[in-house]
Design a protein around this ligand. Structure first.
Ligand code: WAQ
Ligand code: MG
Length: 260
């Protein structure tokens, strides 16, 4: 992408509760299609139809866009959600998050992570040493944005994901988000599962372990889910939050022809 780059963000809610969101970096030429796709997402969402939808378009200066590589993808098959959460526990502990902090965090995601007991629009930020929540607004969370695939790479990524039957917007967006989150040295790992009642796959991502999908993280029909970004003990969160929200990152080119 050498033309001017725009940031497109969507957020949809009902009675103040998060329904759906999305973020893209694109050229003016692709803006209309992408905005329409995000509107459809908000209006036809399995969490229910949105009451309020905001679309924000901002001009970014191309010189400020950082380039980076996607994380490699692996998939763990879980027979059920209990097994899936056990796999996630092991992966997080391997990355250095203390067992009781992992336990507490999984409980929070499962019960509605917002401080009001509802799902959040953004992610929780948790100190991996103390377990303390660091996001300034515990109902909203930190929304990671201004990231996307480089247009020139779409075909390459699609081929890689197609070969694994994973070529969906959902997988691409989650992989891009996790690849951005784990760029920052303060981040130890990210845990995610969807708040959509019909999407059961989640992941643990880290710079060292890559993007590790887990096929079942919750029972079907469950409306809870979210994201937790575990950070190094003692991290002062404001600089990290600023980069998670505002640093524009386009992913590519991939090393050795694609994520492994
Ligand atoms: N920044 C921070 N948190 C976010 C963002 C974001 N940009 N987008 C979503 N979240 C949080 C928010 O709390 C949502 O409620 C929660 O994550 C779940 O979002 O098969 O679909 O879009 O490889 O429902 C992962 C597995 C799918 C994909 C995750 O999440 C795969 C998913 P959803
Ligand atoms: Mg969702």
């Amino acid at each position: 992408m050498s033309q001017k780059i725009l940031s497109l963000r969507m957020h949809a809610s009902r009675q103040g509760e998060h329904v759906s969101g999305g973020e893209r970096l694109l050229t003016f030429e692709d803006l209309g299609d992408a905005a329409l796709a995000l509107l459809h997402r908000a209006l036809e969402h399995p969490r229910g139809c949105a009451e309020k939808i905001s679309l924000t378009v901002e001009n970014l200066s191309a010189s400020k866009v950082r380039r980076a590589e996607l994380l490699p993808v692996t998939t763990h098959q879980a027979a059920n959600w209990r097994q899936g959460r056990n796999i996630a526990r092991k992966l997080l502990v391997t990355q250095g998050v203390a067992t009781e902090i992992v336990e507490n965090s999984i409980r929070q995601l499962a019960n509605g992570p917002g401080t009001d007991g509802r799902v959040m629009r953004g992610a929780m930020l948790v100190d991996a040493g103390s377990g303390e929540r660091l996001e300034p607004d515990g109902q909203r969370g930190v929304r990671v944005s201004r990231m996307d695939l480089d247009n020139d790479l779409l075909a390459e990524v699609a081929a890689y994901l197609n070969a694994r039957e994973l070529n969906s917007r959902r997988v691409i967006e989650a992989l891009v988000l996790a690849s951005k989150v784990t760029l920052y040295p303060e981040v130890i790992a990210e845990l995610c599962w969807s708040d959509d009642p019909d999407y059961l796959t989640g992941y643990v991502a880290s710079a060292a372990g890559g993007y590790q999908r887990i096929t079942r993280m919750k029972p079907r029909g469950d409306m809870f889910g979210g994201r937790i970004i575990f950070v190094c003990p003692g991290t002062e969160p404001s600089g990290l939050i600023e980069r998670l929200q505002h640093e524009a990152v386009l992913f590519g080119p991939l090393q050795s022809g694609g994520p492994r």
